[in-house]
Write a protein that binds this ligand. Structure first.
Ligand SMILES: Nc1ncnc2c1ncn2[C@@H]1O[C@H](COP(=O)(O)OP(=O)(O)O)[C@@H](O)[C@H]1O
Ligand SMILES: [Mg+2]
Length: 237
């Protein structure tokens, strides 16, 4: 049984003369990979930052498990998030980076080998991250997000810079986690890459929700790119 875990409620965020997110309402269910899709500048990162309490909305709000992120009792074990995969110490190894994050969150070091295994980085555990490919950095970010074994995963553009094998790896990784009943919200501007990864879709364009539904309902036999073009052209017509 899936249930609503994340809800955007009439969320708006204005930066001076830019309305980044405009009256955005949408729900995200557990046990599914939900794609938060739209072109660059559509407002995805801003909406996710509002959801995680990193940015204050100018209107409405966003909830996790029925309350704000700051109200979560045990946030590390509830929500894992990756908003930016460049935040490592380049001179330290993958394992050392994970140790710093685990210490900061009071997580047992025994979890470190588990998450390295989970993201297929065990063989690079003792390598310095400055030599890591973009794909390896993305996976290390995922390992950090998984440290607390969270029930909800929020990822901003995790497919960015991945090669086709990396995309397939990410797809299987996210679908496995959703299959365990977790809630996965993943943003991307690469619609074609996400086509076979996500089961539910939120489409945002110029800060506005364009469509919400299962990938079948949205695509109706078309590709996601075709569906997006048709939906946005219709809206602005
Ligand atoms: N800190 C900020 N200050 C001013 N404008 C911003 C800021 N962050 C984002 N924006 C603007 O808000 C809009 C949405 O950006 P963003 O949320 O990053 O979109 P996306 O993640 O979909 O690419 C863009 O026009 C962007 O330039
Ligand atoms: Mg973004």
């Amino acid at each position: 049984m899936s249930s609503v875990k994340i809800e955007f409620k009439d969320l708006s965020k204005r930066y001076k003369d830019v309305l980044a997110v405009s009256n955005f309402s949408a729900q995200v269910q557990s046990g599914r990979v939900t794609g938060f899709l739209g072109p660059n500048g559509a407002g995805k990162s801003t909406a996710l930052r509002c959801l995680l309490g990193l940015v204050n909305p100018t209107g409405g709000g966003a909830e996790i498990n029925g309350g704000s992120y700051s109200q979560l009792v045990d946030p590390i074990h509830k929500v894992g998030a990756v908003l930016d995969s460049r935040g490592f110490h380049p001179g330290l190894t993958a394992k050392q980076n994970l140790k710093i994050m685990a210490s900061a969150s009071d997580i047992n070091f025994s979890r470190i080998d588990e998450v390295l295994e989970l993201v297929d980085l065990a063989s690079a555990a003792n390598k310095r991250t400055k030599g890591f490919s973009l794909g390896m950095k993305q996976r290390l970010s995922l390992a950090i997000a998984m440290l607390g074994d969270p029930e909800i995963l929020i990822l901003d553009e995790p497919a960015n810079g991945l090669d086709p094998l990396g995309i397939v790896w990410l797809r299987e990784f996210l679908q496995k986690l959703a299959g365990e009943g977790r809630t996965i919200l993943v943003s991307s501007h690469q619609l074609a890459e996400m086509q076979n990864t996500v089961s539910d879709v939120l489409i945002i364009n110029k800060g506005v929700l364009v469509a919400q539904g299962t990938i079948k309902e949205i695509c109706k036999g078309r590709s996601l790119e075709e569906a997006f073009l048709e939906l946005t052209l219709r809206k602005s017509a």
